[in-house]
Design a protein around this ligand. Structure first.
Ligand SMILES: Nc1ncnc2c1ncn2[C@@H]1O[C@H](COP(=O)(O)OP(=O)(O)OP(=O)(O)O)[C@@H](O)[C@H]1O
Ligand SMILES: [Mg+2]
Length: 509
């Protein structure tokens, strides 16, 4: 099939943003009916290449050919009319509009002069049926959990038959079951001849779904291979340009005294479809990294939010260093030494109008300030440079606008900010989502180092190997209840899954 005219060719694509050369002479091609993965570290140029193809970015060198014919789009609409659709890494939805309105934005169905809401809602319902997600087309997008928003973004691209469908990290907020359904949809599309370009940092996804893999590094094409002809480890080596050792840590001797204790923590549901927490007893000790596992909707995020004072606790108590605390707001929690890195970093964590430096030091200015509250520029600059170096944040410099960074590098800025505050307790919700393998290892190492200094860390992750690699203990939730707390020695993927599905099994049995 490779000697036919490929559906898509990109030749010698170069693109720079001011001083940053994002792509350097990249060649890319994909044929009809293939799933083609694009891999690379944060900042390698994946999204940039795809945005050029989708007409979102112009001002590049090189040529794009569709079915052998050169095209040069001046906007996303032209690309859409040519059959190219993109599911954006950074969700591109309008929060105050309904799901149906978002799906058909700019391409509304009409009946005479009027919008045909019925037809649009029916089409939306059919699409969610196909995706196996019961999302209400009339719900406001802003009220949906982030995984559902991602589903809306996916549905939006699927509603229109595309010849080339670009998926830029489509599964970052999806549950395993949702990923499985998405993969079935992708398999159908492939069978119908659609070209699917698939970006992911998750190697198991790439190796499940892709026919071919293209690897970028520092804006250059490094390699292209058929999946069955290449090993995972090889793809990772191409991506990072070196060998990555498996992350391992020495258990840091005795844990310190209890930092946070939950006794019978109970919380009412905060919204439709959001689980409540009931009767959680859990202790976090100084020097400990405590993992929180559970299926989507089990209450992981809710647990972190309750600890942070983001939602009122209905009953039970929280003790911080032995003292009962009742946070009325996140501000109280921050003051008490608790920091939360939220899952939805785009909405809650990142300040798009500010620079990299400002995003990193925002909550830290008080500590960096000297007498009279004047920020000591030297101290601030050193702190920012250290953070950039440690987490390998790829940027033009501290003064670059944070939106000029790639998706993964923006996330690192938010994480860096909270690491800098040196809290007593650090709560991390899916800290490594969208972050490449090399940087993940850096973040794990940093977490262990901070724990070694006596910090207590609670992290959630949907990737069990990640929890097993970094955590001293793993707490498992199922439907808002704590079903297991496993020590590092006894925790296995099977045991965690058993505890995570305990009540579900009973219900379906
Ligand atoms: N609008 C922009 N302005 C300035 N620089 C940019 C802009 N968009 C991207 N860049 C730079 O181009 C490079 C490639 O970014 P790109 O978003 O393509 O990376 P990526 O491979 O998608 O990474 P990630 O895995 O983190 O999403 C990065 O160094 C980034 O900082
Ligand atoms: Mg990207």
């Amino acid at each position: 099939m490779l000697d036919e005219t490929p559906r898509l060719r990109m030749e010698g694509i170069s693109k720079s943003f001011g001083g940053v050369q994002a792509l350097r002479g990249v060649d890319f091609e994909a044929v009809a009916g293939e799933v083609h993965a694009v891999c690379g570290e944060n900042g390698a140029g994946k999204s940039t290449l795809m945005k050029i193809l989708a007409g979102v970015l112009g001002g590049y060198e090189g040529r794009v050919l569709l079915e052998g014919r050169p095209v040069r789009f001046t906007g996303p609409r032209e690309a859409e009319d040519a059959g190219i659709r993109i599911i954006h890494q950074e969700l591109n939805l309008v929060p105050h509009l309904t799901v149906a309105a978002n799906l058909f934005l700019g391409r509304e169905r009409r009946k005479g002069l009027f919008l045909d809401d019925r037809a649009m809602e029916a089409a939306a319902e059919r699409m969610f049926g196909e995706l196996g997600t019961p999302i209400d087309p009339r719900a406001r997008v802003g009220s949906l959990r982030i995984g559902d928003q991602q589903m809306v973004e996916i549905a939006k691209a699927l509603l229109f038959d595309a010849a080339v469908l670009i998926m830029d990290e489509p599964t970052s907020a999806l549950s395993d079951a949702e990923v499985a359904r998405l993969f079935r949809v992708i398999a159908d599309l492939r069978a119908r001849g659609t070209t699917v370009l698939y970006i992911s940092h998750k190697m198991n996804e790439v190796f499940t779904i892709a026919d071919r893999v293209t690897v970028l590094r520092d804006g250059r094409l490094v390699a292209r291979a058929r999946r069955e002809e290449v090993e995972r480890a090889q793809v990772v080596r191409w991506m990072v340009g070196r060998e990555i050792a498996a992350f391992e840590f020495e258990k840091s001797g005795e844990l310190g005294p209890p930092l946070l204790e939950l006794r019978g923590l109970t919380q009412r549901a905060t919204g439709p479809g959001r689980p409540a927490l009931s009767g959680i007893d859990l202790t976090l000790r100084a020097g400990e990294v405590l993992g929180v596992a559970g299926l989507l909707g089990a209450g992981r995020t809710e647990l972190l939010e309750a600890l942070f004072g983001a939602v009122p606790v209905a009953s039970g108590e929280i003790r911080l260093k032995g003292q009962v605390v009742r946070f009325r707001s996140p501000r109280d929690a921050i003051r008490a030494g608790i920091a939360l890195v939220t899952e939805d970093r785009k909405a809650l964590g990142l300040f798009p109008d500010l620079t990299v430096r400002e995003n990193i030091t925002l909550v830290e200015l008080r500590r960096l300030a000297g007498l009279g509250g004047v920020v000591r520029r030297g101290a601030e600059r050193r702190a920012v440079e250290t953070a950039i170096g440690r987490l390998g944040i790829k940027t033009d410099g501290p003064e670059a606008p944070v939106t000029s960074l790639s998706g993964g590098n923006q996330q690192k800025c938010v994480i860096a900010r909270w690491l800098l505050t040196e809290p007593l307790v650090l709560l991390l919700d899916e800290p490594t989502r969208g972050i490449d393998v090399g940087a993940k290892a850096e973040i794990y190492a940093l977490m262990r180092r901070l724990a070694g200094q006596g910090m207590g860390i609670v992290m959630t992750s949907s990737e069990l190997p990640e929890l097993l690699a970094v955590c001293d203990r793993i707490a498992v939730l199922c439907e808002g209840r704590l079903t297991a707390v496993l020590d590092r020695g006894e925790a296995t993927e099977e045991r965690i899954m058993e505890a995570a599905t305990r009540f579900l099994d009973r219900a379906s049995a």
